[in-house]
Design a protein. Structure first.
Length: 539
């Protein structure tokens, strides 16, 4: 069984599937406060054909064959047959309710959306298929003769010499659309049909602001790199770095990193900042309210955080800073000598520097995955203590960086699953998976002095061969904890410590809670795809 990382995350979607006849819906008894409903959807093949899964894990689509024809099946239900399905073209809409793909019919290509074929073209750019965020619109690039067109909502636009197939973008509200096109050796971006400035090249990402009113993208003009914002080219540099969103969450500000000669700088609201020997690979980030900005920088051999334009203390190493959801706090992992610790700035500006108080010292900290609670009052991360890993929740802070009594340090373990700790929506609970002696347990609500068992109210004492990627998860009301786990080549979903029915596989991205507390996922048993729901039982 292919696995990667120490956490044994299963990267294949299905395991050990065979064909069997579909049965009728049934309800299995459950010892917990849930009624488990299992709906057989139909047989599913086990050969390695392309498959995609919706983000919520509630739908799966794959390419299969019938004689010499190719067809797409969604949730084990086959659609129309074609001569070929475009490799890499099969996609779900972000909400998982719609599916689209490119198909070949004779010598022509077309896009099929929810089973309905569109107009035929000489070719379809396989990677160009794009749904709007609300799933109501779809766009793609098609070719007629020597010209490429972009098709939106079934309507073809003007012809171009080339189309940036990776640069088709809807605004977050789905009302606006932009794409990159080439004509007479020049590239430009069309926004709602209106062309922008001509460039040598256009970056792969077109970035709308969260409110959809603004657009920004990277480009090259006169062999220099720049960012175009609202159709206006910005200052030119020897390189730019755009990995996240250029816009602040409120859409009013912009930020990105740039290179000038051998120096690097952050460009905030179009204004270049001080030059450094390096900028953290995440580049500058905005706080959720858009009022603050922070980034990691390198000065000689030292590393520092720049928060709100103020450089902080220098360290021997550090990770990129992270803002709390309310934007009032910023944290990052830093290194001095051989010790790593967390730095939190609870009162920005009071001390005149961006830094704050250091937390307890450890051999290592997984700084990419430190997380604030939703209310911004708590922080958690994974740290290495000697040869063991521990989860740190609500670390104490002191000028000396030494642990205090009452530190929420979890039990020692060999590894923490994905190095991620998860807070509940109400910020009161924490859950994560950890390995000990080649077995995995889920730890919920760790407390000082935890004896090293699974602790808390879920998963107590239960050990498994693997925990599924992205698990455990909390219910929307924060009262339930669920995860998918493997034991002896069988998979189960565990809710509040109670294991459900055994399956041969749990489909990628599941399980997921509905807003009403229902837990849903797809599972395979004896070659049959099932839709499984854990429905809360009213007391």
């Amino acid at each position: 069984m292919p696995r990667v990382t120490v956490s044994r995350v299963l990267m294949v979607l299905f395991v050990g599937m065979v064909f069997a006849a579909a049965g009728q819906s049934q309800t299995a008894p459950s010892p917990s406060a849930y009624k488990i409903e299992q709906e057989p959807l139909g047989p599913i093949p086990d050969w390695p054909l392309p498959r995609v899964v919706s983000k919520d894990g509630w739908h799966v689509a794959y390419v299969t064959r019938k004689g010499d024809k190719h067809l797409v099946a969604v949730d084990a239900k086959a659609r129309l047959a074609y001569d070929l399905i475009g490799e890499g073209s099969l996609i779900f809409s972000p909400d998982g309710k719609h599916v689209a793909y490119a198909a070949k019919k004779g010598n022509q290509w077309l896009v099929v959306t929810d089973g309905k074929p569109g107009d035929e073209y000489d070719d379809i750019a396989r990677k160009s298929l794009t749904f709007s965020p609300d799933g109501k619109r779809v766009a793609y690039a098609g070719k007629w003769g020597v010209k490429w067109v972009v098709v939106v909502d079934g309507q073809a636009g003007p012809g171009h010499d080339d189309i940036g197939v990776d640069a088709l973008a809807f605004s977050p509200d789905g009302k606006r659309f932009a794409y990159a096109a080439k004509k007479a050796q020049k590239w430009f971006v069309l926004v709602d049909g209106q062309p922008g400035p001509e460039c040598q090249r256009i970056g792969q990402r077109l970035c709308f602001s969260p409110d959809g009113k603004r657009l920004a993208y990277g480009a090259v003009r006169s062999d220099m790199y720049l960012v175009v914002v609202d159709g206006k080219p910005g200052p030119q540099y020897d390189g730019i770095m755009v990995r996240g969103s250029i816009f602040s969450p409120d859409g009013k500000r912009t930020a990105y990193a740039a290179r000038k000669g051998i120096k690097f700088l952050a460009v905030i609201d179009g204004k270049p900042g001080p030059q450094y020997d390096g900028i953290g690979k995440g580049g500058p980030i905005f706080s959720p309210d858009g009022k603050r900005v922070a980034y990691a920088a390198k000065k000689g051999t030292k590393h520092l955080a720049v928060v709100d334009g103020i450089p902080g203390p220098q360290y021997d190493g550090m990770y990129n800073p992270v803002f709390s959801p309310d934007g009032k706090r910023v944290a990052y992992a830093a290194k001095k000598g051989k010790s790593w610790f967390l730095v939190v700035d609870p009162s920005p500006g009071r001390s005149g520097e961006a830094g704050g108080k250091p937390g307890p010292q450890y051999n290592a900290i997984e700084g990419w995955n430190l997380v604030f609670s939703p209310d911004g009052k708590r922080v958690a991360y994974a740290a290495k203590k000697g040869n063991a890993w521990v989860a740190i929740v609500d670390p104490p802070f002191s000028p000396a960086g030494s642990p205090k009594a009452g530190s929420r340090e979890g039990p020692e373990c060999n590894a923490i699953h994905e190095w991620i700790l998860r807070f509940s929506a109400d910020s009161k609970r924490v859950a994560y998976a950890a390995s000990r002696d080649d077995q995995w347990i889920v730890i919920v609500d760790p407390s000082p002095g935890d004896a090293g068992e699974a602790g808390g109210r879920a998963g107590q004492g239960a050990q498994y061969d693997a925990i599924k990627k992205g698990n455990p998860i909390f219910s929307p009301d924060s009262k339930r904890v669920a995860y998918a786990a493997e034991k002896g080549k069988k998979w189960v979903v565990v809710v509040d410590g109670q294991a459900g029915p055994e399956y041969d596989a749990i489909v990628k991205n599941g399980p997921t809670f509905h807003a009403n507390g229902v837990l849903e996922y797809l599972a395979v048993k004896k070659g049959i795809l099932h839709r499984v729901k854990h429905v809360p039982v009213a007391k």
